[in-house]
Design a protein around this ligand. Structure first.
Ligand SMILES: Cc1ncc(COP(=O)(O)O)c(C=O)c1O
Length: 334
């Protein structure tokens, strides 16, 4: 019987990231040692049952860490990500941005509360309030008259909604939009904070924002209280991989933790988590170079799309700052 490991198929760590990525290191160490765990997963790393489809599948518990996680490798990896994005809290999810968005909806308001929600958000942020029993106050994105495409929700529309509904407990927006345009998240943060409530941004497609001078800063860097992003979309991580990043001035950290745990599997796939850690390490070290060279026509399309938003790419950043390397992009809270 041949033992199936990820390195049987692809090189295990082609860019030498494991020294800076504790979960990746734990995952590779598990796969390198010949182990036949007594617990899950049921395939026991055997290749003679269902074949390569399970290659590299390692659980977090009794895999990357002990059953009652004593090494704390997940926490170590999450702290590195929190530091990179300038957040106090980071959680890695194997449930995609869908899970992160729903956890945040549960975290920020009690049943019966009202929250401002952009009508053009992904279903996870439309269903999040349903799960949480909170009531949406809808705001709509503006439409670019020349293309007919939805652009961004204006700050003045959110301000007006807050004046009309002072009882609102949070603002949920999606940025960038499905068509690649982005809005004034710093302005939205100022308005939300003036009302003493958190701004939550679904940045599912923007895990790379803030890591290249031609891209907008990410939502946390410009003042959002929480941001959710899919590592599997813009970063080279496993499908389902996502991050929840939050600062806790206006978000109750313990409520967020309970909401996250209540909606997450109790058997997270270690390989998915390790791929988030590896992608974080790669982004931190080589992000500016890699983000600056998107493959072929992809780059041209993205540039056109951002141009379509009609916004300066990085308001307030001079050429000096724009030349900073990505590894120094550890962001300060605004
Ligand atoms: C804007 C937006 N938010 C959230 C999600 C959910 O992300 P995931 O598929 O990682 O659960 C998607 C998925 O495409 C999305 O487009």
């Amino acid at each position: 019987m041949t033992r199936v490991t990820s390195s049987t198929i692809w090189p295990a760590d082609p860019r030498g990231l494991r020294g800076d990525a504790p979960l990746l290191d734990a995952c590779l160490s598990f796969l390198e040692a010949v182990q036949r765990p007594f617990t899950i997963p049921g395939h026991k790393q055997r290749s003679d049952l269902v074949g390569t489809v399970i290659a590299g599948d390692v659980p977090l518990y009794a895999g990357l860490d002990t059953m009652t996680p004593s090494a704390g490798v997940l926490g170590q990896a999450e702290r590195r990500a929190a530091q990179l994005w300038g957040a106090e809290v980071c959680r890695f999810s194997v449930g995609g941005s869908t899970h992160g968005n729903q956890a945040l909806a549960l975290a920020v308001a009690q049943p019966g509360a009202r929250v401002i929600v952009s009508r053009s958000l992904h279903r996870s942020l439309l269903l999040g309030p349903v799960l949480a029993g909170i009531e949406p106050v809808w705001v709509r994105p503006q439409v670019n008259p020349s293309t007919g495409l939805p652009v961004a929700v204006s700050v003045s529309d959110v301000e007006a909604a807050l004046r009309a509904h002072p009882e609102v407990r949070a603002v949920f927006l999606g940025d960038p939009s499905y068509v690649g345009t982005f809005g004034d998240i710093a302005g939205h943060a100022r308005v939300a904070h003036a009302h003493g409530i958190p701004l939550i941004v679904d940045a599912a497609w923007a895990a790379h924002f803030g890591f290249h001078p031609d891209l907008p800063l990410h939502a946390i860097a410009v003042g959002a209280d929480a941001m959710v992003t899919s590592a599997h979309k813009a970063l080279p991580a496993y499908t389902q991989a996502a991050l929840v990043l939050a600062n806790t001035d206006r978000i109750d950290a313990s409520r967020l933790e309970r909401a996250f745990g209540a909606t997450h599997t109790t058997s997270p796939a270690g390989a998915i988590l390790a791929s988030i850690d590896a992608a974080r390490s790669l982004l931190e070290r080589d992000g500016e170079e890699l983000v600056g060279h998107p493959p072929g026509r992809c780059g041209e399309t993205a540039t056109e799309s951002h141009r379509g938003s009609g916004r300066a790419r990085r308001p307030g950043r001079g050429p000096q700052q724009a030349r900073r390397p990505a590894r120094r992009h550890r962001c300060q809270r605004v």
